[in-house]
Design a protein around this ligand. Structure first.
Ligand SMILES: Nc1ncnc2c1ncn2[C@@H]1O[C@H](COP(=O)(O)OP(=O)(O)OP(=O)(O)O)[C@@H](O)[C@H]1O
Length: 628
């Protein structure tokens, strides 16, 4: 009985997949889909607990696609049956993205604070992990300053904090030299032998690294062409009359074979593995008396009889389980039930509340803002300089009744400066963060809502500081009335416009890559700017439809709000150096622009609605990016 239980619990950490397809749309351009391309073509297979498994294959074979499909990192376009405890798995991306400007120790603390509740064992656990991964001496170094191998180890250390059973790693050795790559694979092997299921993709490992793996899964053109232990590779290839030369590494040979002559051997090899439903084992690599054993790879999903009856001689154990014992349908069913119960259990088991996540993320985001000194100084310098330029251009013109056009230019210019700056910064910086958020939410560091709230609120202090700097300089230098309340509204309008523009930038940054976003951003701002200046000289004749459209241009709404702030609120007559100043009375200008009866609160309301609109779009985009 105990033996059965231990077998079942071990198997629940196994990963199995059956008939997996991954299809993507082929597009002529953004709007036109011309067809579909199948990246994975009905592959099956299994990765066992306690083993280090590699998904291998030539470039473009579909290795990352398979890893993403199994782990659930990508779900769009994926079809098939999976048995994997995703709530107990983590995914380590190829590029080892981490929160910038935080030290190794701070990152470990962040991971702990977001994942675990127990406080008293924190230091002990973190030290143990860092020591095991040989990172203890790098505690006070930021992630960007680490070497490639150290960064990879840090990625693993961060996930080890809550000790998941299953690790998926995309190309863990990419960018590492041979020695470091071998160290990394040895480390993963040790971790697997401690009782974890570790699956990684690897392009073409050296003979040494190849032999470190317990199990190899070779993909070519979206098909499985080999699955089994490294020792069985050469005997397996002999089944297809392929003799690996003595001096050749089996990993090099199998890749060469599947790449040769446009991959004409791929269908044959794929048939020999029943496209991943069979796995091969051998006790010795190439000797004549090698015992090659083929087994059913899938034991807990729907078990079919193998299609290739001609290979029946090899099936030493049909539906054999991990350690070769037979496992009947009842066992498989029990296993399925156990898996689902655990699945439910894990979902409920989140230890850290949303509020705690929010507080931890807020602290980290504010810390990162403070640490980004150069960016902070550049932004402050930019706002001060722009404020100074505006102040000089419109120096003491704010009370001149004869300079109506200058007043309009002042308001439009100030709004444009805020909009352009606040839209472009997130468009260029946020796409990199989205990838990190996807990884961290996938690995259950936090959920999207606390992250989103922390992001929104943590950016406020900087926004206030930058806008206050710019608006204060322009206000006082241009000689607008010395009224504190008017000045406060002036700054508040600037801040509101800035929050809407930032929301728009974040929405674009969350939806598009930097390249596409930097095209889409200016493309969207241009019509908004057009609407902002449209019809100022014939305001009373603007049609109702156009008026409605203009309400959607927050640039226009911002300009109107700023003009109302500067010239509204019963402002006294302006100075006039000429015989007659038509716009000497500010009410004449407001009437001329047809905004005499517009309330500033109404403009604030519109800006608030547009701010919410863009932030909702951003949230939806982020959800889509993170959860599909
Ligand atoms: N979302 C997608 N849209 C279009 N094509 C895709 C998409 N995802 C993957 N592909 C294509 O599928 C093929 C396999 O991609 P994948 O990244 O899985 O290959 P790989 O074996 O990991 O390659 P490499 O070793 O070079 O990273 C490639 O030709 C890739 O261009």
């Amino acid at each position: 009985m105990d033996q059965t239980r231990s077998l079942l619990s071990k198997q629940s950490k196994d990963v199995e997949f059956q008939d997996v397809f991954y299809t993507v749309d082929q597009r002529a351009n953004f709007f036109r889909v011309t067809g579909q391309r199948q990246i994975l073509r009905g592959v099956s297979g299994s990765f066992r607990n306690g083993q280090l498994s590699a998904i291998m294959g030539p470039s473009g074979a579909g290795k990352s696609s398979l890893l993403n499909a199994i782990s659930g990192f990508r779900t769009t376009g994926v079809k098939g049956n999976f048995k994997v405890q995703r709530d107990n798995a983590c995914y380590i991306t190829q590029d080892d993205r981490h929160q910038t400007l935080l030290t190794v120790e701070e990152l470990m603390n962040l991971s702990y604070d977001l994942k675990l509740k127990q406080r008293h064992k924190k230091e002990e656990l973190l030290t143990k992990i860092l020591k095991n991964l040989n990172l203890d001496h790098r505690r006070n170094v930021t992630a960007e300053q680490l070497s490639g191998g150290e960064r990879k180890r840090l990625s693993i250390a961060l996930e080890l904090v809550d000790n998941p059973n299953i690790f998926f790693l995309d190309e863990p050795t990419s960018g590492l030299d041979e020695v470091t790559a071998a160290q990394c694979i040895r480390l993963l092997r040790e971790m697997a032998h401690e009782g974890r299921t570790i699956v990684c993709t690897i392009h073409q490992p050296s003979a040494t690294i190849y032999n470190y793996f317990d199990s190899i899964y070779v993909l070519a053109k979206g098909l499985c062409v080999y699955q089994g232990n490294p020792l069985a590779t050469i005997p397996f290839l002999r089944l297809a009359q392929l003799d690996c030369p003595r001096h050749y590494s089996p990993s090099d040979y199998i890749i060469e074979v599947i790449d040769a002559e446009d991959g004409h051997l791929v269908p044959l090899l794929s048939e020999l593995t029943d496209n991943g439903k069979l796995t091969y084992r051998a006790n010795q690599p190439a000797l004549e008396d090698t015992q090659l054993v083929a087994q059913q790879a899938i034991t807990t999903l729907f078990v079919e009889q193998p299609k290739r009856q001609c290979l029946s001689a090899f099936f030493a154990g049909t539906a054999a389980s991990t350690d070769g014992t037979l496992m009947g349908a009842a066992g498989a069913l029990l296993e399925q039930m156990k898996f689902f119960t655990q699945h439910l259990h894990h979902r409920e088991r989140r230890e850290i509340s949303g509020l705690q996540q929010f507080l931890v993320l807020m602290r980290v985001m504010l810390l990162r803002t403070m640490r980004a000194r150069l960016a902070l100084v550049i932004q402050l310098f930019h706002h001060t300089l722009c404020g100074l330029f505006f102040g000089m251009i419109f120096f003491q013109l704010g009370n001149q009744g004869g300079r109506m056009f200058d007043h309009l230019k002042f308001c439009i210019g100030a709004v444009l400066m805020i909009v352009y700056t606040q839209v472009m910064v997130p468009i260029l910086s946020y796409p990199a963060d989205v990838k990190l958020v996807k990884k961290e939410t996938f690995n259950r560091w936090y959920t999207l809502t606390p992250y989103y709230l922390a992001l929104t609120i943590s950016r406020l202090p900087l926004q206030v500081l930058l806008n206050f700097t710019f608006m204060a300089m322009t206000y006082w230098m241009s000689g607008l009335p010395q009224q504190l309340w008017r000045f406060c509204i002036f700054v508040a309008v600037g801040l509101m416009i800035s929050l809407v523009a930032e929301g728009m930038g974040l929405a674009i940054g969350a939806t598009f890559s930097i390249t596409n976003g930097s095209v889409v951003g200016p493309m969207l701002i241009a019509p908004l700017m057009g609407l902002a200046v449209y019809g100022f000289d014939f305001a009373s004749q603007i049609s109702g439809g156009m008026n409605l459209l203009m309400k959607f241009s927050y640039v226009r709404v911002g300009v109107v709000a700023l003009i109302l702030t500067v010239f509204g609120f019963q402002r006294e007559e302006l100075d006039c150096d000429e015989i007659y100043c038509h716009f000497g009375d500010p009410r004449v200008l407001l009437r001329f622009l047809d905004i005499e009866k517009v309330s500033i609160l109404h403009q604030f309301g519109l800006l608030a609605m547009l701010m919410i609109f863009f932030r909702v779009i951003m949230y939806i985009s982020l959800r889509k990016r993170c959860y599909t």
